[in-house]
Design a protein around this ligand. Sequence first.
Ligand SMILES: *[C@@H]1O[C@H](CO)[C@@H](O)[C@H](O)[C@H]1NC(C)=O
Ligand SMILES: *[C@@H]1O[C@H](CO)[C@@H](O)[C@H](O)[C@H]1NC(C)=O
Ligand SMILES: *[C@@H]1O[C@H](CO)[C@@H](O)[C@H](O)[C@H]1NC(C)=O
Ligand SMILES: *[C@@H]1O[C@H](CO)[C@@H](O)[C@H](O)[C@H]1NC(C)=O
Ligand SMILES: *[C@@H]1O[C@H](CO)[C@@H](O)[C@H](O)[C@H]1NC(C)=O
Ligand SMILES: *[C@@H]1O[C@H](CO)[C@@H](O)[C@H](O)[C@H]1NC(C)=O
Ligand SMILES: *[C@@H]1O[C@H](CO)[C@@H](O)[C@H](O)[C@H]1NC(C)=O
Length: 342
Amino acid sequence: MIRKFNTKCKQKTKIRKVFSRIFQILKMIIITILNYFKDISVGLRDVRVTIPAAVKRGDNALLICNYDMEGDSLYSIKWYKGKREFYRYTPKETQSIIKTFPVAGINVETNLSNASQVVISQVDTNISGKFSCEVSADAPHFNTMIVSGEMNVVEIPEAKPVIDGIMARYRPGDELRGNCSSQYSKPAANLTWMVNDVPASPSQMIFYKLSKNDSNLESTILGIHFSITQQHFIRGKLKLKCIAQIHEIYHQSDERLIEEVRPKILATGTSNMNMYHSINEGELSNPNVGMTQYKANKLKHSNKQQSQVRVTPPQRQSQQQQTSPLTPLRGLRFNGSAAPGD
Ligand SMILES: *[C@@H]1O[C@H](CO)[C@@H](O)[C@H](O)[C@H]1NC(C)=O
Ligand SMILES: *[C@@H]1O[C@H](CO)[C@@H](O)[C@H](O)[C@H]1NC(C)=O
Ligand SMILES: *[C@@H]1O[C@H](CO)[C@@H](O)[C@H](O)[C@H]1NC(C)=O
Ligand SMILES: *[C@@H]1O[C@H](CO)[C@@H](O)[C@H](O)[C@H]1NC(C)=O
Ligand SMILES: *[C@@H]1O[C@H](CO)[C@@H](O)[C@H](O)[C@H]1NC(C)=O
Ligand SMILES: *[C@@H]1O[C@H](CO)[C@@H](O)[C@H](O)[C@H]1NC(C)=O
Ligand SMILES: *[C@@H]1O[C@H](CO)[C@@H](O)[C@H](O)[C@H]1NC(C)=O
């Protein structure tokens, strides 16, 4: 029984071997056929352009056009901005191998341009758009191929992006609101918020309309808004970062390290003012003024002999964001150096 099974197995493996051999032979035949067709020259092929996606205004732009003539000879290279030809290279021309044609805003550096590249000097933002390279082969195939790419001439901002509206300290439960702005560029920079190195979610961002100045330069603002939780603080710190990018040529950022204000009972010693039993319903004031200052809604008089002031940090609700201007608690003022919880 076992022996019978074994011979069956051996037969199977034999069949498998034969089949794999047949497959190998077929594969070789196919490859040979493909190579045969490849060797028959079809002339010009593989035209590729390397066009910078972004160039700074005033810089020179290098546009490259590579191609494989497959043994044929080159008849001409033509470069177009949109549909308008501005450069022609004809190696067999006896008069002038390089010709340029006037196209607004395009000045070719002829001594830096040849059959495979063209250099446009001191580009202006208004020449952004589609550039194409057309390669034509001579006899016997006379093939022509055209390939295009997009080039953006960019005006980068003079200043790096700026974060504002954010305070130095927050408590878990607080609402954080802030803005990041990047001024005067073309096109407007792409802004990204990072919260502890993780991109902010769209629901945490507030998108504002772009604004333009009279020179058509664009400014952009991206807001951020979320409720702070304990988990946002890593070793007592929350890192906020705003990144401004314009294609691959501009990358700047601004950053804030926010500190956590821990809720804690504050005990103070002597005081000559009226003693407050508690300021339970104290309410946090305008967030722009500072987390460490409070307005007491209801101050309860208490025993004058008592020398303890107990402050329970208030639970702020988001609706309380835009509360009345700060009314500092008379005589009891917390500031950076004497904040509750520190
Ligand atoms: C681009 O602007 C420059 C000067 O600002 C002007 O000379 C040129 O004609 C403009 N080009 C186009 C294509 O509008
Ligand atoms: C190219 O030619 C211009 C004049 O047409 C000249 O000013 C420039 O120095 C030349 N550049 C090079 C690299 O030869
Ligand atoms: C064109 O000029 C560049 C830079 O000098 C050079 O690297 C490239 O090989 C030239 N191309 C041809 C086809 O002569
Ligand atoms: C963010 O900027 C917008 C638009 O200028 C403004 O309305 C808003 O009050 C700013 N927010 C903060 C928190 O500064
Ligand atoms: C637009 O902003 C830029 C950058 O601040 C400035 O150089 C330019 O003069 C402004 N244009 C106008 C018309 O205000
Ligand atoms: C901004 O980002 C979008 C999406 O990634 C991209 O398509 C666009 O080109 C970028 N704009 C700039 C000015 O970098
Ligand atoms: C903050 O506290 C410091 C030291 O306790 C004090 O010198 C300063 O005047 C206080 N500032 C305010 C605005 O109360």
